[in-house]
Design a protein around this ligand. Structure first.
Ligand code: SAM
Length: 380
């Protein structure tokens, strides 16, 4: 059994039953149109907070906003550089992680067992910068995806089996140059690997969300993370060049991470972590006072307990971000048994074809009741 498999054992419970302990307001059940969804266990008045997800299991801030977004609470102040930072010298470079206040920096340090997260984030910064001195490599486009997909990942296995025998300097030279989107993905993967390290071997005795202490919440979120679906292959089918990008990401992580995270790094775990972000991540956006202003995409985060809400073009709950927590509130009175849905973007009043095209990035054809009704009336 690998370290990561062992960390996800839930001793006394059938694992899926945990889904029904996320909130007293809803159960997670199969839908007829889109995997699982959240269904009200009783009537719920308008304005009720039905779930809070306090911390993501993995998050990432985009390269251009690195100094402008707080690593702890995601505060962004219209492009001002954050007031506080934690810096570490790494080789010739000094790399830093940024925070809006000393309190947020302190909170990061308190949660960072043995400085593992800091050291790995600093390693990413250092190896990203060093990679910029290497020639840019254009990503290949697979010709026969199905065949190459298996063959290329097999080649990575073979590459990996030779790593231990290699000198550290040779391994260091093999760290690939990464681009900004790979940098974004890598920081998220490292956050999840860190939580695997942190929660590894924990004995979980309580799964009822509203009653959990912070450490327990993190452990239960990691169990829920295991139950999320991955869409790695769907994404690669749509954008085949990503096969080589994901291989780059894997190699970078394998060669950059500190020994504490190495037991959790293997092909299936890292590919699943990447694949789960694709249909489950929540964007971290700048807040705007005027709705006509464009929001900035600052990064993204994965909150497993909040990932079982399906999309509807006529949503009955709304998500709001409070610092690094997410809160879900009912928009109207809800009847017992109704499905609770958020809107994944701003797709409500456009014609159904436009909404479907916008949602295709999420790899599904919307099956919400509004779309079904509108499509039926077009057919008639
Ligand atoms: C965040 S997950 C929601 C939970 C998911 N249904 C599950 O079982 O894990 C997003 C995925 O759910 C499915 N989904 C969500 N809303 C949908 C909708 N309106 N129509 C069809 N599928 C939907 C899609 O597969 C989408 O990629």
């Amino acid at each position: 059994m690998t370290a990561s498999e062992q960390s996800t054992l839930v001793d006394e419970y059938p694992i899926e039953s945990i889904l029904n302990r996320i909130s007293p307001w809803f159960d997670v059940q199969k839908t007829k149109y889109g995997g699982r969804g959240c269904f009200a266990t009783g009537s719920i008045p308008k304005g009720s907070v039905i779930h809070r997800s306090s911390t993501p299991v993995g998050f990432t801030i985009a390269k251009p906003f690195k100094k402008e977004v707080c690593t702890t609470c995601f505060e962004y102040d219209y492009g001002s550089t954050m007031k506080s930072k934690i810096s570490k010298k790494s080789g010739k470079n000094t790399c830093s992680i940024f925070f809006c206040s000393d309190e947020c920096a302190e909170k990061f340090t308190q949660d960072d067992v043995n400085e593992v997260l800091l050291n790995n984030l600093i390693a990413v910064e250092k190896n990203y910068l060093q990679g910029l001195t290497k020639p840019e490599v254009e990503l290949k486009e697979p010709k026969d995806l199905e065949k190459e997909y298996l063959e290329e990942w097999d080649k990575v296995s073979t590459w990996e089996s030779k790593l231990d025998a290699m000198k550290p300097t040779k391994r260091q030279n093999m760290i690939p140059r990464i681009d900004d989107s790979e940098y974004l993905e890598i920081k998220y993967v490292i956050g999840v690997l860190f939580n695997m390290y942190k929660c590894h071997g924990a004995r979980i005795s309580n799964y009822d969300f509203p009653e959990l202490k912070p450490d327990e919440t993190n452990q239960v979120e990691m169990v829920l993370f295991d139950l999320l679906y991955s869409s790695e292959y769907e994404k690669v089918k749509k954008y085949p060049y990503l096969l080589y990008s994901y291989i780059n990401i894997y190699k970078f992580i394998r060669l950059s991470c500190t020994p504490e995270l190495q037991p959790f790094i293997n092909l299936s775990t890292v590919r699943a972590i990447i694949g789960k972000n694709l249909s489950n991540a929540f964007g971290i956006w700048s807040e705007v006072s005027d709705p006509s202003e464009d929001k900035e995409f600052l990064g993204y985060a994965v909150y497993p307990s909040a990932s079982y809400f399906n999309h509807s073009c006529a949503p009955n709950i709304i998500k709001s971000r409070k610092g690094h927590s997410l809160e879900f509130t009912t928009l109207r009175d809800i009847e017992s048994g109704e499905e609770l849905c958020i809107n994944y973007g701003n797709y409500t009043n456009e014609p159904v074809e436009i909404r479907r095209a916008q949602l295709s990035e999420w790899f599904f054809d919307c099956g919400c009741s509004k779309c079904v009704q509108e499509l039926n009336s077009i057919k008639q």
